[in-house]
Structures are given as structure tokens and as C-alpha cells.
Design a protein around this ligand. Sequence first.
Ligand SMILES: [Fe+2]
Length: 247
Amino acid sequence: MIYLIVSDIHSNQPALDQVLATEKADEVLFLGDIIGYGASPEYCYQKFRDLGGKGVMGNHEYGAVRPDTLVHFSENAMLGVLHSMKVLSKENLDHMQRLPETLKIGDLLLCHTMLGHPLEFPYVFPQDKDSLYLKESFQRMAKEEIQVIFTGHTHKPCIFKQLPDGSIETYKTAQGELFLDEQRYVINAGSVGQPRNGSPLAHYVLYDTKLRKVTFRSVSYDVDLAAKKIREAGLPDFLADRLYRGI
Ligand SMILES: [Fe+2]
């Protein structure tokens, strides 16, 4: 089985379409934040459902179905969620309410952030290998027989690996292959629609369950079109401009 694993699409239709046109996979798994920031939440959410609807709640979906949580958002993020709430069909907003916090598939788990606090959405950046949230995730993985968590939220692809002595190593990467050994991993797939690792490409991963191989990939897409749609939707220029810089 080959999974295409995508995170933080953020209503970026051109980026999502480019990733789906580039990769052949048996199934597509979504790590949350399908909506928010960009211009096309309805298109992206409907595509998620049409592709099987296997995915988890991100903080932007949670903001749309629980608007009381928007007080924790930046102004640009809040404007993006309000745009999503206006554009999304009632059917897709209803569907969004039922998104799970986590989704276990065999010995892998999908979670927008860290296990144990999924709806608090803590940020664990690539440099945060000493994060208590991260350590707790690894402890829970041992108890719940999970070998790998795929996560997003920071928009920065990376690998956290727990070594036999319990310590954690970090690897920043946006390209290349990783063959999983018997250790546990938390793998951040980066962002399809609003990368923040300095690369204005759509980032994602593939996971081959037979070879136990994770492949980090990125692909260029029509940033001009995505930015144009954001401006036409009346969203802040900053949200369009940042796509060119990947920040
Ligand atoms: Fe996000």
C-alpha cells in the first residue's frame, strides 16, 4: 500500500491539484488544515471527501466549527477561517464537525499536532526535540503500539526519531527517503498550501507500507494563480505574498 500524505493545504487549490496530478498512490491521507488562509476551502474540502475522507481535525477546521476558539488565532488566520465559513457548504461544515482528533491505521497514526493534546494544537518545531508534548507523544506511542505518527501544523517538514536510550533526534528535510527501522518516529509532512520552511513549493510525503519507506517530496505549482485567487477573495495581501517566499 502506498499512501500519499498531505497536510496544511489551506484552501490552496492549485497546490493541491498539482500534488494529486503528480503522484499515484493507493490512498490519500489528510493531516488537517484543509481550509483557512487561502481562497478555495470548498473545493479542497470536497476533494478530501471525494478521495475517501480519511483525515483528522486541524486547528482551522476546529476554528470553523467552534468559532469561540478563534480568539486564539492571529488576525490573518481568523480572516481566513471566516472566509472559509462563508464559502463552505452546510453539508461540508456538518461533515467537518465529525472529523476525528486522531486516526489510527495499522501501526501508524494521523494527528494534526501531538498525541495526548490534539485539540490544544501545540506547536512543536523542528528545533523542539526537548518539547514535553513531543516526549509525551512518544510515551503514548509505546503504550498504544504506534510506530509512526504523521503530523503537520508547523508547516515545516521534519523527522523526530526516538533512539533506544529514549533520547530524541531531529532531522530537517524536505527531500529524500527514510526507511523505518524498529524505532518510533514522529514525522512532519510539511505543508502543501502554505509552506514555511523557506521553500515556495508544495510539500508532502509518501509512505510505502511494504518497504516501510517514507519519501519526502515537493513540487512547484502555479503560485501566481493561488495568490490571484486570494486577492480576488478579498483576503489580506500578506497571505498571497507569503506563498512566493515559503514563509
Ligand atoms: Fe496550518
